[in-house]
Design a protein around this ligand. Structure first.
Ligand code: SF4
Ligand code: SF4
Ligand code: SF4
Length: 331
């Protein structure tokens, strides 16, 4: 029986790995407060709900009306596009969940290649079956590249992160329930990072993260020198904050580190003494992590031609034509 006091939710997982839905489950005990207030009307990853009617009786995709739609993953093929369009049509508020949805994410690294080259690489030249051809029966047609959701449909709320911090997802759903406006941090990962910055352009060269940075594991993180200043490519300056508990609505603090306890959290990778890889995407939704980082490094006297792998700065935000196929652009 329908209960109109519940918040109707529809969910979709497009060009995605399902990690964002696992983050949703990782909301943990807060879910016990949330679930009685929600009515899932469509969420194929959680429940059996078909696109063309339960018996396949409809001729067009039909998703029920929902107050909130949560979509993870970007748009890579014609099915994704049709489903995203229907979600937009049926959901009053549309949440773009995870960096695949907000900025293309890891799958958008394929934008550095033509679709033909990708298919050729994976279905023909590398096949163990001689003469194998690309499967096409019942397989949705690929688009020319991987798109972020907002390149095709209007998005109301952006929740980046690979995956987003569970508290941010919970915070967004609570905000919708209360009718509040969701406030996300407009800061960089560096702004929330406790490492020591000696500063002033003493970075001489950027090296790969294949050696161990200098830190004392017995000492708290706020006694470790900034990894960028140690010469490791850390994307903290050009990445949106949000992965630490302190940025996420303050429901919980899962870190045992003393600094985290006192300050509400530390960026997730830095907590493990690993450089930020940029998974929350650019600080501004339409920012360009590659350009911003090159600018930051150049202004610190780094010869950007010595960088080990520049394109990797776009490993999470290659949609919006940020990562382009060099072969195509040279035509
Ligand atoms: S953002 Fe990350 S966790 Fe979420 S679907 Fe994409 S790859 Fe998976
Ligand atoms: S370690 Fe990384 S995130 Fe922390 S201050 Fe340095 S550059 Fe920023
Ligand atoms: S530190 Fe950077 S890469 Fe790691 S979780 Fe946070 S935003 Fe993502």
């Amino acid at each position: 029986m329908e209960n109109d006091s519940l918040l109707k939710i529809a969910g979709e997982c497009l060009n995605a790995c399902s990690g964002c839905e696992i983050a949703l489950l990782n909301i943990g005990e807060t879910l016990l407060d949330l679930l009685p207030k929600l009515d899932f009307v469509h969420f194929p990853i959680l429940m059996d709900h078909k696109y063309y009617g339960q018996l396949g009786e409809k001729s067009a995709i039909d998703i029920p009306h929902a107050a909130a739609g949560i979509v993870s993953g970007g748009i890579r093929n014609e099915d994704h596009l049709a489903i995203a369009t229907e979600m937009r049509k049926k959901c009053d508020v549309l949440i773009s969940l995870g960096t695949c949805a907000t900025h293309g994410g890891i799958p958008a690294m394929a934008n550095a290649f033509t679709t033909e080259d990708l298919l050729d690489q994976y279905y023909t030249t590398k096949s163990t079956k001689p003469g194998a051809t690309i499967p096409f029966n019942g397989v949705p047609k690929l688009l020319d590249r991987c798109y972020a959701l907002d390149e095709h449909i209007k998005v109301d709320i952006y929740l980046p992160g690979c995956p987003p911090h569970p508290d941010q997802i919970g915070g967004a759903i609570f905000a919708l329930l209360r009718g509040d406006k969701l406030k996300l941090p407009f800061r960089s990962v560096c702004d929330t990072c406790p490492t020591i910055r000696k500063g002033k352009g003493n970075i001489k060269q950027i090296k790969r993260f294949i050696t161990t940075p200098q830190f004392d594991p017995q000492k708290p993180i706020d006694e470790m020198e900034c990894l960028l200043e140690q010469g490791y490519l850390c994307s903290g300056p050009v990445t949106k904050a949000g992965c630490s508990d302190g940025c996420s609505g303050g429901y919980s603090s899962s870190y045992s580190d003393e600094y985290a306890k006192n300050n509400g959290g530390i960026p997730r990778c830095l907590g493990a003494r690993v450089p930020c890889r940029g998974c929350y995407g650019p600080v501004k939704q339409d920012g360009n992590q590659l350009l911003d980082m090159l600018n930051a490094l150049a202004s610190n006297g780094i010869d950007i031609n010595t960088l080990p792998d520049r394109d990797s700065l776009l490993r999470f935000s290659g949609a919006h034509n940020r990562l382009i196929c060099k072969k195509e652009s040279n035509k």
